[in-house]
Design a protein around this ligand. Structure first.
Ligand code: LLP
Length: 414
């Protein structure tokens, strides 16, 4: 059974009714299912059990300490893109030896800290970064483990803002320059070449682009082997999509099988950097209808969550399902634009949703676990939402709602 379901007309997460969560913690609130997060991670782990592997959960999708701690306890590794994410992983009990560090703009202090704690590898995205890394490693008298992030020039057929593997994107080292870069890396005294990596985009719902990317990496591996440059791992990145509406992305096992067969029986350790597919469908954003109004023939439901809480519809035209927390007869349903209180017309949670609503009703915005809270902001001086983890019949406040004092705490007047 899904961890999100109706029982007697009420929407539940695991064994807790969402109306109870709202009563206890108010709205807006992100509500996670521990069981759902764990099940998705285990689906990957199970699919990978036949080969040497490491799941490096991509922290940017959701970096709450409780989420990271849960995954660390399961044995997960982590994909990070900043020293902030690194410190979160360490604080949550993550093993630095299972951390890969991606990103095109790693600062000196970020690299130094990662060298100091001994991460698994740097996913290096340019020759300048390689040189900087070599210099800093020499200063710290250590060897820097390196995987080059290759840009395979593959169209992942996803939203242009979240496509990363095309040659005109800023990410990675151009495919055609990869061999030369490995040769140069080999010359650097404090660089230890350990892997190869790519990440072609996010919310990818077909297998083909991943297989194409793996084929390209395998070709490079042949060329590297011919020059006696030996690697230990292949990192295929993240990007597996989830169902928001009517998508039918492959499940982790189907995905891993396809990737595995593209590896042609080789025994390299396989690394993955999934984010969305672990946490995306493991949370709802719980919100309350403040006002109902009609303007120019359109029905608006103004809710207490806004684009500062959930940016995806405004930024990517993303579609998220919106469900009533208490089921009602749909006899009085009309098409609502569900919008927030922020002073922007783009402050949209969902357009044209057939709902029967009254002021005060609770709504659940589904599939909100990835890039929801992590992309939230304080725009319009709105404190960020509470985050609640449901674990069976327990409600655990894993992040308190911000207070107005929190918002002003770091500021001073002239
Ligand atoms: N690895 C790297 C290097 C990445 O850049 C990303 C995501 C991932 C792994 C994880 O990808 P996932 O498995 O979550 O697709 N904010 C956007 C998504 C941006 C993804 C950025 N990179 C959204 O809300 O759709």
């Amino acid at each position: 059974m899904s961890d999100f379901y109706y029982s007697n007309g009420e929407l539940y997460v695991e064994r807790v009714a969402l109306s109870e969560v709202a009563e206890r913690f108010a709205t807006p609130a992100y509500v996670y299912s521990r069981a759902a997060i764990e099940a998705q991670w285990q689906a990957y782990e199970h699919a990978l059990s036949e080969r040497p592997h490491l799941i490096c959960y991509s922290v940017k999708a959701n970096g709450n300490l409780a989420v990271l701690n849960l995954l660390a306890t399961l044995g997960s590794g982590f994909d990070i893109v900043s020293v902030g994410e690194l410190e979160r992983v360490l604080k949550a009990g993550g093993d630095p030896a299972k951390v890969v560090f991606s990103g095109v703009g790693k600062r000196r202090d970020e690299i130094s800290r990662a060298l100091e704690v001994g991460i698994k590898c740097f996913n290096v995205e340019s020759m300048s970064e390689l040189e900087r890394l070599n210099r800093l490693a020499a200063e710290q008298n250590v060897q820097a483990p390196v995987s080059l992030r290759i840009n395979p020039d593959i169209d992942a057929a996803t939203h242009p803002y979240i496509s990363t593997g095309l040659k005109e994107n800023k990410f990675g080292i151009p495919y055609g320059q990869a061999l030369a870069c490995y040769r140069q890396a080999r010359q650097q005294a404090n660089i230890n070449i350990v892997g190869i990596d790519c990440h072609i985009g996010s919310q990818i719902t077909t297998i083909a682009p991943f297989v194409d990317a793996m084929d390209k990496l395998m070709n490079l591996l042949d060329a590297l082997n011919a020059e006696d440059i030996q690697l230990q791992h292949i990192d295929i990145g993240g990007g597996l999509g989830i169902r928001y509406r009517d998508e039918s992305p492959p499940a982790p096992d189907e995905f891993i099988r396809a990737i595995g067969s593209a590896m042609n029986g080789s025994s390299y350790e396989l690394l993955l950097e999934p984010g969305r597919s672990i946490v995306g469908n493991a949370a709802v954003l719980l919100t309350r209808v403040e006002y109902i109004k009609e303007n120019g023939g359109r029905h608006f439901a103004i809710v207490d969550a806004a684009m500062n809480d959930m940016l995806r519809p405004a930024l990517y035209d993303a579609w998220l399902a919106i469900k009533p927390v208490l089921e009602k007869s749909t006899a009085a349903a009309v098409k609502y634009d569900v919008v927030g209180p922020v002073c922007e017309s783009g402050d949209i949670i969902g357009l044209d949703r057939e709902l029967a609503l009254a002021e005060g009703d609770l709504l659940a915005v589904l599939s909100a676990g990835a890039y929801g809270f992590s992309m939230s902001s304080n725009y319009n001086a709105r404190p960020r939402a509470a985050e609640i983890m449901i674990d069976n019949e327990q409600m655990i406040e894993i992040r308190k709602r911000e207070t107005l004092a929190d918002l002003m705490a770091a500021e001073t007047m002239l």
